[in-house]
Design a protein around this ligand. Structure first.
Ligand SMILES: [Zn+2]
Length: 162
């Protein structure tokens, strides 16, 4: 069976793993032991590590952090054609952020089970998604919220861009 990745992918992954150790190199932990890099057309676009503790930001996971860097660097929210390498299987938030950014190809090294071994909840969050219960809808306010959405859509149609 042929592998679905190349030597170059392995090298990129090793850079992501190197980034994962950045959070534990300093005196204070920056965040969890996770790192990521993003490549486009064989070029390194961005690299980053988890900054949740340093930034007091629960969304500052390595992948989200690196996606933000890549978007800032390329001056776009659309990372079509980019490849994300992350030292650990992405959590639902990071996976969906990558999808929102149109990243098609994601490689990971360690798994969510490995993350669970050191106390991370990625696996539990994937289980939560399976329940299909994400919040409580307040029916009385639905129309009010939809009205803003409809006004946005009308403006979007006018401007013709996204
Ligand atoms: Zn994440």
């Amino acid at each position: 069976m042929s592998k679905e990745y190349s030597q170059q992918d392995i090298k990129a992954m090793q850079e992501a793993i190197k980034m994962s150790s950045v959070s534990i190199e300093g005196k204070e932990l920056l965040g969890g032991p996770f790192g990521a890099v993003i490549y486009k057309d064989g070029q390194l676009i961005a690299k980053g590590c988890n900054h949740v503790l340093h930034d007091n930001d629960p969304s500052a996971h390595a992948e989200v952090y690196t996606i933000r860097q890549a978007c800032s660097h390329l001056k776009t929210w659309d990372l079509s054609g980019c490849v994300l390498y992350t030292s650990c299987e992405p959590c639902p938030m990071c996976l969906m952020t990558a999808k929102w950014a149109n990243i098609q190809q994601i490689y990971f090294a360690a798994t969510r089970k490995d993350a669970a071994e050191i106390g991370f909840r990625d696996d539990a969050l994937y289980e939560l998604l399976k329940t299909g219960v994400y919040g409580t809808a307040i029916e009385e306010c639905r129309d009010e919220a939809r009205e803003v959405m409809q006004r946005w859509y009308a403006k979007f149609q006018e401007q013709g861009k996204y």
